[in-house]
Design a protein around this ligand. Structure first.
Ligand SMILES: *[C@@H]1O[C@H](CO)[C@@H](O)[C@H](O)[C@H]1NC(C)=O
Ligand SMILES: *[C@@H]1O[C@H](CO)[C@@H](O)[C@H](O)[C@H]1NC(C)=O
Ligand SMILES: *[C@@H]1O[C@H](CO)[C@@H](O)[C@H](O)[C@H]1NC(C)=O
Ligand SMILES: *[C@@H]1O[C@H](CO)[C@@H](O)[C@H](O)[C@H]1NC(C)=O
Ligand SMILES: *[C@@H]1O[C@H](CO)[C@@H](O)[C@H](O)[C@H]1NC(C)=O
Length: 436
């Protein structure tokens, strides 16, 4: 064996007996195809082919060889002629004849090899080949339904990964996806208008009337929570016909006078009428003239009440009767009693002032009472004291008085304290602001 190459021929021994591997076993023959002897191969062995050359004479030795190196996926190589042929690791060079013989062997393998034989025999090669058939993984979950109402589809898929086929193992058979029908509730029906009806005839036989057309939301009618139609279900249009017999408008009688625009003094009052007796027809004439009329109204005269008095005359009841009356519009102030008597219900305004000599106390009240003067009410209370000079002090008040109620000024102390001269007057003044 000076020169030679060991060719692992694992597949070659398989087609003979599937369960129990055999190798061709012939020594020193010129044509490997002529070999008919076989011998059993066992664990850790593979079939082999050895060539040797003496001059131009190429000889073959075929038999069982103990595996001295790993041959990965030998069968995977054998099913593909494109895969590189891998010789013994010993650094012998294959000449052309050896290659030819090796290729021939592989063609033979290619023709004879049945992948199912390989699958069965593979385990006997102690891991030399890793042929694995594919197997389906579990189905994935169903997809959600393709529609939200009525009929749709659901699909699910599976993959050939449990395990994945490898080294020429069989692919999974059967579909990789699956479809089923899903049925949801019926879809909502949205409403739609019918076409418009034709226009109706005019609503009147003379003058101006209306024509109408309609449609309904029944094309189709909304159902199962569908939307109602948007828009109006009727439309109108004006129709002009021949004039009716013409009727001109006429005034109703005047209404009664409304109340006067003011409650005292002179004002205006109003009355009105309407063009309804009769009302004019469409082509008739409207009424001519004003529908409103005004007239002057004269109420009881408005009250003008105001006074201004000064001086001092303290009465025994300590009311000061201001004796000097500058003016007394409406004559409501009485200089003898110092009382103001309201001539009319209304809002009034009063001011009073007193001046006192130095070192004396100077105080007063503005008071009111009802008509019988049986009891009185303070409206103001005022006090002043000065050590060196004449001291004046004043007070003002607004008050609502009924007719005949009284207002006056009550002093504290005695009249001898009062000063009434160039530097200060004792005064009392009042005004009707508004009648009520
Ligand atoms: C085949 O085996 C027989 C008997 O063992 C032997 O005589 C013969 O030489 C063998 N043939 C070859 C080609 O080795
Ligand atoms: C598949 O469906 C089941 C049951 O509804 C659920 O528990 C599981 O999470 C789903 N798997 C995936 C990947 O969605
Ligand atoms: C295996 O089947 C899948 C799906 O049918 C396909 O895509 C793939 O090419 C097949 N593989 C082989 C090696 O035949
Ligand atoms: C509504 O009805 C009209 C008239 O029949 C039709 O032209 C239109 O297509 C309908 N629309 C829908 C959304 O059904
Ligand atoms: C005045 O007031 C007193 C006590 O409040 C009452 O008894 C009297 O009737 C009143 N007089 C008038 C005229 O209102």
């Amino acid at each position: 064996m000076s020169k030679g190459v060991w060719i692992p021929l694992a597949a070659l021994c398989m087609f003979r007996v599937s369960e129990c591997l055999e190798c061709f076993s012939c020594q020193n023959i010129a044509d490997p195809d002529e070999c008919r002897n076989t011998s059993q191969c066992s664990s850790g062995q593979s079939c082999s082919l050895q060539t040797s050359q003496a001059g131009s004479d190429l000889r073959f030795n075929m038999g069982v060889n103990t595996i001295s190196y790993a041959v990965p996926s030998l069968l995977a190589h054998t099913v593909s002629l494109d895969a590189p042929f891998r010789p013994d690791s010993s650094p012998h060079v294959m000449n052309a004849a050896v290659q030819t013989a090796a290729m021939r062997t592989f063609v033979l393998i290619e023709n004879l090899l049945n992948i199912h034989h390989a699958k069965i025999t593979c385990p006997k090669f102690c891991g030399l080949c890793q042929l694995v058939d594919g197997n389906w993984a579990a189905w994935a979950n169903w997809s959600s339904c393709s529609v939200t109402c009525e009929d749709g589809k659901q699909t699910r898929t599976r993959t050939c990964t449990n395990p994945q086929p490898s080294n020429g193992g069989l692919n999974c058979t059967g579909p990789a996806s699956d479809t089923k029908l899903c049925t949801k509730q019926l879809c909502p029906v949205h409403g739609n208008w019918t076409e418009w009806s034709t226009w109706s005839g005019c609503s009147v036989t003379c003058d101006v009337g209306l024509r109408k057309r309609t449609r309904s939301c029944t094309n189709p009618k909304p159902d199962r929570s569908g939307d109602f139609c948007v828009g109006e279900s009727s439309e109108y249009t004006v129709c002009l016909t021949d004039p009716c017999s013409t009727r001109n408008g006429g005034w109703s009688s005047w209404g009664s006078w409304q109340s006067c625009s003011v409650t005292c003094g002179g004002g205006l009052k109003l009355r009105s009428r309407t063009c309804t007796s009769p009302s004019p027809s469409a082509y008739g004439k409207a009424c001519e003239g004003n529908f409103e009329a005004f007239a002057v109204c004269v109420n009881t005269p408005c009250y003008a009440v105001a006074f201004n008095a000064h001086g001092h005359n303290v009465l025994s009841n300590f009311v000061n009767a201001f004796p000097t009356v500058i003016f007394n519009e409406g004559n409501a102030y009485h200089a003898s009693s110092g009382h103001f008597t309201a001539p009319v219900d209304g809002l009034y305004y009063f001011t009073a002032q007193f001046c006192c000599i130095p070192q004396q106390e100077c105080g007063f009240f503005i008071e009111k009472s009802n008509a019988s003067i049986s009891s009185s009410t303070h409206l103001t209370a005022t006090f002043e004291h000065h050590t060196t000079d004449v001291a004046c002090t004043s007070a003002s008040t607004s008050v609502k008085l009924n007719r005949n109620e009284h207002v006056w000024v009550l002093i504290q102390g005695t009249s001898s304290y009062l000063y009434d001269g160039y530097n200060g007057w004792n005064t009392f003044t009042g005004t009707l602001i508004q009648e009520l």
